[in-house]
Design a protein around this ligand. Structure first.
Ligand code: PLP
Length: 411
């Protein structure tokens, strides 16, 4: 009944000194004292940098790297990313403001997402960024709003491809979708775009998210490049942008293995001469959110109470589902699995026990760890949830139960 759940691979990106986790070179307990309150999210600058370096090393130098702000829009983190990557992708006006504040060149910012409103489109046009067009109506609206501003806006066509990203955590292309324009409708739309005052840049294809299988990503990239190069022949001008999405996943659960970048890099290397021959001005862009920032962040909550109910130990913390929906298992998971969790101030603690870590919300959904073997924790100890740098704070229902919001730091 109280059988422990499968064990995670160790999270080696954060060192442990004297049994205490270190973030950005600072012991977790000291960081907590510095912040002055729990719960909090902490992101490690060095890990962001190392992740970009890893990608730069494995992918061809000519492939451009964009950060998808949706994964973590904390302004300080976006600014840090802006100095590391080649461009930023945003999906709302709020994200656009953060991206512009980061100092990223506006020409290297793109804006995707269905249902962009005229006020959002007008702001994006004024900012001089690239608008990823999601429908025929949106294209006409952009042309009209841009004419009123006397600007020839940079646009790209987001395609809903005629294939899917296999074994992806979340599919966002193929079949009927609200995202982009069905590939078979693209020729008509491209013809029409040539009649409008639009500065056509190229194509955007985003097939899905959280994929740990390199072969599936390679296959989707092959199909994306084939489709984009085929449609490029009907584009109103030379294609300068081929954004083939990303979907690179990170390991969250026991048994997950890290994505192998080798075959992805080799495949893109093979493609570059073909791309160059067919569209000499086109740059290939990969846009990544989770893969860039997910492993660089932790969520930290404090143990407020410790109780035993019918043989099971419950550590009750001041953090939970309202701050970290994904770790509670309620952000798209079909079967709830534990994120990697440790007691941050006694990581390897000699005394171990199987516990449930829960939050303060009056709902059985508020679980951070279920039947996990951890060091024995007492009131005041710090529970750490790893792999929390992406889709954490901004992807959580902060208002639910009206508790305070967590702090956020970049160290
Ligand atoms: C969500 C999203 C991303 C980022 O996805 P990750 O899985 O975090 O890499 C990139 N591009 C688009 C269009 C998205 O909607």
């Amino acid at each position: 009944m109280n059988k422990p759940r499968p064990v995670h691979a160790p999270m080696a990106q954060f060192p442990v000194v004297d049994d205490c986790l270190q973030v950005g070179g600072i012991p977790l307990t000291r960081l907590a004292a510095r912040i002055g309150r729990t719960p909090f999210y902490a992101y490690d600058r060095r890990l962001l940098q190392e992740r970009v370096e890893l990608l730069r090393g494995k992918l061809p130098a000519a492939v451009q790297l964009h950060y998808a702000v949706k994964a973590n829009p904390m302004p300080a983190l976006v600014s840090a990313m802006a100095s590391l990557v080649d461009g930023l992708d945003v999906a709302s006006l709020g994200e656009l403001r953060i991206a512009l504040d980061s100092g990223m060149d506006s020409r290297e910012i793109s804006f995707a997402g269905p249902g962009k409103q005229p006020v959002e489109l007008a702001a994006a046009i004024a900012a001089g960024i690239t608008l990823n067009m999601e429908s025929e109506r949106e294209m006409e609206t952009i042309a009209r709003l841009a004419a009123a501003q006397g600007i020839r806006p940079r646009v790209a066509l987001r395609l809903n491809p005629d294939f899917e990203l296999k074994s992806s955590g979340m599919k966002m292309g193929g079949g009927p979708k609200p995202f982009g324009v069905d590939a078979e409708r693209a020729p008509d739309l491209l013809r029409r775009s040539g009649e409008l005052e639009l500065d056509f840049q190229g194509f955007h294809i985003y097939t899905g998210s959280q994929n740990l299988r390199a072969e599936a990503i390679v296959e989707a990239q092959n199909q994306s490049l084939e489709l984009a190069l085929r449609l490029a022949e009907q584009a109103p001008g030379p294609v300068r942008l081929l954004n083939i999405g990303g979907g690179f996943g990170i390991p969250y659960f026991p048994g997950d293995t890290p994505l192998d970048l080798e075959p992805i890099g080799a495949n893109l290397e093979r493609w570059l001469p073909t791309v160059h021959a067919r569209q000499p001005q086109a740059k290939v862009v990969i846009e990544l959110g989770r893969y860039l920032v997910g492993e660089a962040g932790i969520y930290v909550a404090e143990v407020i109470d410790r109780k035993v109910s019918r043989g099971q130990v419950f550590l009750i913390t001041n953090g939970g589902l309202h701050h970290h929906l994904a770790a509670s298992g309620n952000f798209g998971q079909v079967v709830r699995k534990n994120y990697p969790v440790v007691v941050g101030n006694r990581v390897l603690g000699q005394e171990r026990e199987v516990v449930n870590v829960v939050g303060p919300l009056c709902t059985p959904l508020d679980v951070l760890a279920e039947r996990m073997e951890l060091a024995r924790a007492e009131v005041g100890d710090l529970i750490v949830v790893f792999q929390s740098g992406a889709y954490g704070l901004s992807a959580s229902p902060l208002g639910f139960l009206s508790h305070p919001s967590p702090a956020e730091v970049l160290v």
